[in-house]
Design a protein around this ligand. Structure first.
Ligand code: SF4
Length: 692
C-alpha cells in the first residue's frame, strides 16, 4: 500500500483533467484534482471525483476465455493469430478488421494501427471516435489541409465571446464549462448557446438560439453574409492566407437576409440580430462545438460553415480566436494522431502514394495498405454481409453504441470469428465473442493520452494488474509476433512505442508542412516516466501558414440543405445525448451508486404539447419507435424540447434495464464526407404504454 499520490489523467472525457490518485487500501483509491495540470488546475467534475469507485474487481475479466472456457494466454493468442492468418490467406487482408476505441492509450492505438495498416495490409481499422468527432476531422482537412484543432483551453480564457454550438458543455465537458464560467466572472466574456434543446448549458448564457435542427449552415452562412455587408471581413488575411472558390460568395449570399435566415432557423429576428451584433463587437471569438454539429447527416458541411466564419473574419491563429471542436473520449485525439481512423494512414498523413511509401519504409512493412478502410457503419455492414470474417473489438461496446444496434448484433452473431479485448467480463458485445482477452483498466495502465486541446498527458498505473490482465499494446504486439512479425512488435514497454510514434511523426516528411506532434523522439525511459503535460503544435496557424500544398487555408462552399418535413408515420425527430453523471455504456459509471443518483433511469424528454396530443403525462411509460427498433422509456415533459423533437440518453444497456435502449433507434445513415452517423435526427413516433 502506498500513500504517495500518483499524477495521472482522468479516464473519462476529452477534457483530459489531471488527477492525483492515492492508493489507500486494497483496490481503494482516493482521487483529487491535480492543481498543476493546465487543463483543470485542480478542478474535477462529478465523474472524475468518483473515479475511485471504479477500481474494484466486480465484473472484471481476469483471464483469457475461449467461449466459456478459461485458457492460458498462449492458447488464446495462438488461436487469434491463427484465425486471422487463415482468414487473410483464404479471403485477403480486407476480410479482417479491428474496431477500436478512444479509451485506448496512444501506444495501444499506434500498435493496432501498425499491425493492420502495415503488416496485415488493410485499412480496416476504425474507431468508436468515428461516432463522435470524425466530421470535425474531415472539416479540418478540407479547410486546413490537415486535422489540426486550432485552439487550446487558454483561448477560452482570452476570448471576449464564446459561442457553444450543439454542445451541452455544462454536462458533457464540465471542467471546460467551469473555465468558461470563470472567464465570464473575471472578464465578462459573452456567451451564446446554439442548440435546439434548452439544456443546462443555456442557463447562464447571454443568448440561447434554439434553432431548427439541421439549420446550422443557414445560420453560419447568414452571419458570414452579414459580416461581408458590414465590412467585417479580414480582407488582408483573406488575400494573403486563404483560397476562396469562385462560387463561394454565391453560396453564402443565398437567402442570407436576416428575415430569411430567421425563418429557416425558426428563431426570432431580434435574437438573430443580437447574435450578429455580439459577433461583430467581439473579434476575440471562440466557437466551440461538439456532437450537435458532428453527429449530423451534413456534419462536415456544418463544421466548415463554422470554420469559414473564422477564416473570413481572421478569427484564427490568435489568442482567444478560433473554431474549437472538443472531443468526447479521453484519447480520441491520440487516436487521430497515430492514424487510428480508417480514413487516415498514420501521423496525420493520408493515403497519398508518397505517404504510403514513407510509412512503409519507416515500418519496414511487408504489406502496406494503399487505400482507406471501412468506416464504422460500413465496417459493421460488411460484417453483416459476410465480407468481414474476422473482427477484433478493443475496449468498446458497439452492440450498444452503434446506430441500428439491433442490426449490429445480428452481424456480430453471424461473424465467423469475433475477438473482444476489454476490462469488463460481460459486455453486450463480449457475448458475441469467440475469444475474450482481459485488458488492464485505467488505474493499471501506463502510457499517454491527448486531450481536446492537443495536450499530451501521462496515464500512470497505480494498481497491479489483476488476474491475468495485460495492457492492450502487449496483447496486440503478441498477436503480431505470432502472425510472424516478431521484430516489428518487440516492444518491452510503452516508452518504446511512444518513441517510435514520435520518430514517425517527423520522419522524412519531405518539406510538407505537418504540424510537429511535439514529441521528443529521443526521450529516454526516465524522461518518459517523468513527462509533464505537453501541448503540441503551440498556437496553430499563428503565422498564417496552413498545411495545404500552397500553404493557404480553404474556404469551403457549403449550402443549407432543404430541411425535410416530418413524416406521416414518424412525425417526431429523435435527438440523442448524454447525462451529466453517466459515461458511454455505463461499464464504469454504472459501478458508482453516487453517480446513479443524478438520473436513476433513462427518460424520454417530450415537449408538453406533443405529449398532450398523445395523452402522455409526466412519468408515464412510453414506447419510442423508429423504423430500426423500439424501446420503452419513462416520459418526462420538458419545455426545453422544441415541438416535434424528442430526446433520449445513450447510456443504458440490457445489463442495466430492459428499457431505455437508445442504440436500437437511430438510422445507420452517415455524413458523406466523414462517415459519421447522424444520431441527432431520427424520424420517430411515441405512444403511451402505461401510466405510473
Ligand atoms: Fe474527468 Fe472530463 Fe470531468 Fe475532467 S471534465 S474530471 S476529464 S470527466
Amino acid at each position: 500500500m502506498s500513500e504517495a499520490a500518483v499524477r495521472t489523467t482522468c479516464a473519462y472525457c476529452g477534457v483530459g483533467c489531471g488527477i492525483r490518485a492515492t492508493v489507500t487500501g486494497d483496490r481503494q483509491v482516493k482521487i483529487e484534482g491535480d492543481p498543476d495540470h493546465p487543463a483543470n488546475r485542480g478542478r474535477l467534475c462529478s465523474k472524475g471525483t468518483h473515479l475511485g469507485e471504479t477500481v474494484g474487481l466486480d465484473g472484471r475479466l481476469l483471464h483469457p476465455m475461449i467461449g466459456d472456457k478459461r485458457v492460458g494466454w498462449d492458447k488464446a493468442l495462438d488461436l487469434v493469430a491463427r484465425r486471422f492468418k487463415e482468414t487473410i490467406a483464404r479471403h485477403g487482408p480486407d476480410s479482417v478488421a479491428f474496431y477500436v476505441s478512444g479509451q485506448l492509450l496512444t501506444e495501444d492505438y499506434y500498435v493496432a494501427n501498425k499491425l493492420m495498416k502495415g503488416f496485415i495490409g488493410s485499412g480496416n481499422i476504425d474507431t468508436n471516435s468515428r461516432l463522435c468527432m470524425s466530421s470535425a476531422v474531415a472539416g479540418h482537412i478540407r479547410a486546413f489541409g490537415e486535422d489540426v484543432v486550432p485552439a487550446s483551453y487558454d483561448d477560452l480564457d482570452a476570448a471576449d465571446l464564446i459561442i457553444l454550438v450543439g454542445s451541452n458543455t455544462a454536462w458533457c465537458h464540465p471542467i471546460v464549462y467551469q473555465r468558461i464560467m470563470a472567464a465570464r466572472a473575471e472578464r465578462g466574456t459573452k456567451l451564446v448557446v446554439i442548440d435546439p434543446r434548452r439544456t443546462e448549458t443555456c442557463e447562464d448564457a447571454d443568448l440561447h438560439l434554439a434553432i431548427r435542427p439541421g439549420s446550422d449552415v443557414a445560420l453560419m452562412n447568414g452571419l458570414l453574409a452579414h459580416c461581408r455587408r458590414e465590412g467585417l471581413l479580414d480582407e488582408a488575411f483573406l488575400t494573403a492566407h486563404v483560397a476562396t472558390p469562385d462560387d463561394f460568395w454565391d453560396a453564402i449570399e443565398e437567402d442570407s437576409d436576416l428575415w430569411s435566415v430567421a425563418k429557416t432557423c425558426d428563431v426570432a429576428p431580434a435574437d438573430l440580430k443580437q447574435y450578429y451584433d455580439l459577433f461583430a463587437a467581439n473579434p476575440r471569438t471562440v466557437t466551440l462545438f461538439s456532437q450537435g454539429i458532428n453527429q449530423a447527416l451534413r456534419g462536415t458541411d456544418q463544421v466548415n460553415a463554422i470554420i469559414n466564419l473564422h477564416l473570413a473574419t481572421g478569427r484564427i491563429g490568435k489568442p482567444g480566436a478560433a473554431p474549437f471542436s472538443i472531443t468526447g473520449q479521453p484519447n480520441a485525439m491520440g487516436g487521430r494522431e497515430v492514424g487510428g481512423l480508417a480514413s487516415t494512414l498514420a501521423a496525420h498523413m493520408d493515403f497519398a502514394p508518397e505517404n504510403v511509401a514513407r510509412v512503409g519504409r519507416f515500418w519496414s512493412a511487408p504489406a502496406m495498405a494503399t487505400k482507406p478502410g471501412l468506416k464504422a457503419v460500413d465496417l459493421f455492414r460488411a460484417v453483416g454481409e459476410g465480407r468481414i470474417k474476422a473482427l477484433w473489438v478493443m475496449a468498446t461496446n458497439p452492440a450498444v453504441s452503434m446506430p441500428d444496434a439491433g442490426r449490429v448484433r445480428e452481424a456480430l452473431a453471424a461473424c465467423p470469428f469475433v475477438v473482444v479485448s476489454d476490462v469488463i467480463a460481460d459486455t453486450d458485445t463480449g457475448r458475441f465473442a469467440h475469444v475474450r482477452l482481459p485488458a488492464t483498466g485505467w488505474a493499471e495502465k501506463d502510457g499517454t493520452v491527448t486531450n481536446s486541446e492537443r495536450r499530451i498527458s501521462r496515464q500512470r498505473g497505480l494498481l497491479p494488474a489483476p488476474g491475468e490482465a495485460r495492457p492492450d499494446w502487449w496483447i496486440i504486439s503478441e498477436v503480431g509476433k505470432r502472425m510472424g512479425w516478431g521484430s516489428a512488435f518487440a516492444y518491452e514497454r510503452p516508452a518504446d512505442i511512444y518513441r517510435e510514434h514520435a520518430r514517425l511523426s517527423t520522419y522524412q516528411n519531405g518539406g510538407a508542412r505537418l504540424f510537429d506532434i511535439g514529441h521528443h523522439a529521443a526521450i529516454g525511459n526516465a524522461a518518459y516516466d517523468a513527462m509533464e503535460p505537453n501541448l503540441w503544435g503551440g498556437q496553430p496557424f499563428a503565422d498564417g501558414g496552413f498545411s495545404t500544398p500552397d500553404g493557404r487555408a480553404r474556404l469551403v462552399s457549403v449550402r443549407q440543405a432543404k430541411l425535410a418535413d416530418p413524416l406521416k408515420d414518424w412525425p417526431l425527430t429523435l435527438n440523442t445525448g448524454r447525462y451529466r453523471d453517466q459515461w458511454h455504456t455505463m461499464t464504469r459509471t454504472g459501478l458508482s451508486p453516487k453517480l446513479a443518483r443524478h438520473r436513476e433511469e433513462p427518460l424520454a424528454e417530450i415537449n408538453p404539447e406533443d405529449a398532450e396530443r398523445r395523452g402522455i403525462a409526466e412519468g408515464d411509460i412510453v414506447r419510442v419507435a423508429t423504423p430500426q427498433g423500439e424501446s420503452l422509456f419513462r416520459a418526462t415533459l420538458s419545455e426545453g424540447q422544441r415541438r416535434g423533437e424528442m430526446f433520449t440518453p445513450i447510456h443504458w444497456t440490457d445489463r442495466q434495464s430492459s428499457g431505455g435502449r437508445t442504440g436500437l433507434l437511430p438510422r445507420p445513415l452517415t455524413d458523406p464526407h466523414s462517415g459519421q452517423p447522424g444520431f441527432k435526427s431520427t424520424p420517430t413516433q411515441v405512444e403511451k404504454v402505461a401510466t405510473e
